[in-house]
Design a protein around this ligand. Structure first.
Ligand code: NDP
Length: 336
């Protein structure tokens, strides 16, 4: 075991775009597990857009970080010391242990993983929070029907890629929106979407209109800004819009949205949601998606940065689209 616990702290609240100066890397003592706790060696850290919101000192659905706090984050790791009989040494677990090499937790704060069922990293992606977000937002809010047109932004990402593939399984026409040719090619060729609009390629409005001849019945929103404005302009009567994320605006960029007129005239339903408020939904969704992965109907892609010290840089990249697939950080080897 290493003598110290490397941690990444939020040094200061970002001013606009996140920079590496907003983080501090420190070495602390490895924590000791209490009587009802285990010590976990973290193997993978999940990097997610919601972390950007936690770095701002504003009111939101969850408490924000203060300077000097450990960066929060989902992790997958191995129990290396245990005071909990149901979690012996060697158990793989998923928890929220943050940007650090080692963490302690109680049994009810951890999900036990079976590496024989799926690679443990998937507990942070397709078979974890992003996958459940996609499943819940599409099925519960979008309520897609066969033959309808479903549109999803950030289509090659952790959430968007799953949204589009589930919509295909449900018999819909699926149009993705993503940044760059490589991501769009992947979404159509590998994931089976019907079309993908490269919003960086030029006239996205004309391309989007051509790709949605029957307009849009379900919109799964991940980015906001100009893309959201464009899609609202093509909503069908009684369309459903799941507001999942607005990543284009997380660094404080304002956008003068004028799309509410389309909600009114189309009698559309628009609903935001936060997946951590729907924990009872997760087990069923994970079971169903695990089955689809085994059947080859649901594919996933991971983008893995190496080493905890590279987490700040990878996080900055995630916020500007440098990631291609679910962004993870490998903190240590799966087996020592
Ligand atoms: P992704 O894996 O999709 O990565 C983020 C992607 O966002 C980037 O790869 C990039 O893709 C796109 N992006 C970044 N900046 C911009 C921009 N300015 N304009 C357009 N696209 C941009 O992340 P996730 O799948 O983890 O998250 C997707 C969304 O879902 C986020 O908004 C996130 O906050 C939200 N979310 C919400 C949850 C909830 O409970 N409501 C839970 C989980 C996620 P590209 O290169 O294609 O532009």
């Amino acid at each position: 075991m290493a003598a110290k616990n490397t941690q990444v702290l939020m040094k200061q609240h970002p001013k606009g775009g996140v920079t590496e100066q907003d983080f501090e890397i420190v070495e602390r003592e490895i924590p000791k597990p209490g009587p009802d706790q285990v010590l976990v060696r973290n193997i993978y850290l999940s990097l997610d857009p919601y972390m950007r919101g936690r770095m701002d000192p504003v009111r939101s659905y969850a408490a924000h970080l203060h300077p000097g706090d450990l960066m929060i984050g989902g992790t997958v790791g191995e129990v290396i010391e245990s005071n909990v009989p149901s979690l012996p040494k060697g158990t793989y677990v998923n928890g929220m242990l943050g940007w650090q090499e080692y963490g302690v937790a109680k049994a009810n704060e951890l999900r036990v993983l079976d590496p024989k069922v799926a690679p443990i990293s998937t507990a942070l992606g397709v078979l974890g929070m992003p996958g459940c977000t996609a499943h819940y937002g599409l099925m519960e809010i979008g309520q897609p029907k066969p033959g309808e047109t479903v549109v999803v932004s950030a289509a090659s990402g952790a959430v968007g890629s799953v949204v589009g593939q589930i919509a295909k399984i449900k018999g819909c026409r699926v149009v993705g929106i993503a940044g760059g040719k490589a991501k769009c090619d992947y979404v159509v060729t590998e994931l089976g979407f019907d079309a993908c609009i490269d919003y960086k390629a030029g006239d996205m409005h004309a391309a989007f209109k051509a790709a949605t001849p029957e307009r849009v019945d379900v919109y799964f929103e991940n980015v906001g800004g100009e893309i959201m404005e464009m899609v609202f302009g093509r909503l069908n009567s009684f369309a459903r819009v799941a507001i999942c994320g607005l990543i284009a605006q997380y660094n404080g960029q304002p956008y003068p949205f004028t799309g509410m007129r389309h909600v009114l005239v189309n009698r559309a339903k628009v609903q935001g949601f936060i997946i951590s408020e729907h924990m009872s939904y997760w087990p069923g969704a994970i079971t169903e998606m695990g089955g689809w992965i085994k059947e080859g109907k649901l594919k996933y892609r991971e983008d893995i940065a190496d080493g905890l010290r590279n987490a700040p840089q990878a996080f900055i990249g995630l916020l500007s689209g440098r990631n291609f697939g679910k962004q993870l950080v490998r903190i240590g080897p799966e087996k020592l």
